[in-house]
Write a protein that binds this ligand. Sequence first.
Ligand code: ZN
Length: 380
Amino acid sequence: MIYNNLAVNNKIWDRLSSAWKNDKLPHAVLFYGASGSGKEAHAIELSALVNCIAPSENGACGTCPSCQKIKTFQHSNISLVIPYPRRKTIDKHDPAIKAINDKDITMLREKMEEMGQNPYSKIELDNANTILINSIRDLRKEIYMSSSEGGWKVVLIFNAEKLCLPQPESANALLKILEEPPSRTIFILVTSNINSMIETIISRSQKMYFPPISSDIIKQKMIEEGIDNEKASVMSQVANGDIRLAYKLLKSSGEIFKDIDLIFDSVFNPSSAIWQKMINRISNLKRKSQNEINYFFRLAIYLFRDLMLISDSVDHTKMVFSNMSEKLKGMEEKYQNANWANCITALEDTLGYIKANGYVPLMVTTMLGDLREILKTSKK
Ligand SMILES: [Zn+2]
């Protein structure tokens, strides 16, 4: 295999590798499912397998010249199509790369390099809202040319829903290719948002669903990375099936525990400085991505869910933050009348407002004020 730390979806991998062994690979497959479930990494593993010089029972060897080139995205059989931001106006006949700037190109190189090492990284550019029709025209030129390397040509289309957004013109151009696919060529379309794709593309591909990764597997992976059991537990719960997020948290594993303290203090030891810190943190995450905002609120919601578990005296092994159980028990005793479910509702509402572009300082201040009110006045 190309990656030694990939959580392999055996069902899908067995299906693909046996199709390959029996010379029955479909022309097009569509990997869809939750974000952070390993879809891109499986696409790269398949690209490697069909070009590997010495494949084993499990997959590509990972070391032959072909596998080496796949890892660095330098294999001439592999074409990568991703959404581009439209930085410059380009002509119909221009290559797609003319639409982006030097900074994008550098970033793209860095992200490809990282993807060769880390199965859970992602190759994407900021503000890339569409797959340009020029990219599909480029592709048409590439795939009908004969290959110098033998093996199979592989077309990787990441964030494939962007073929159809905002208009399906690139999807329609791709359909023409899929109607007359060149031989020994496989198209691997990858999306976390199949609902945005047009039916004609979906029906041309063999669909394969990637479920979210179980928290047990994520926990195991975190432990293999050298963190202790309790921290791994927290991280796997918070990642909620998104293993990419778990690895991201791992990279800055101090951050997640700082965030937990920040949430705790904003609610239970409030001061204007702490509230300002909370506003800054949420504003920063919002600038980064939707997933990161979700992550932060998920932390807060789990914290209150744990308080609810303590107050209902249910099975405490279900707690996410069992490492904080003493601290949380103290707060539960202090606010015995608190309606923790209402706190969770306040958090969920605020997340919704922020996603709908609500003004972060106002939304966060209102939420923290509401939480104080709930803690003071509510009855069970
Ligand atoms: Zn190989």
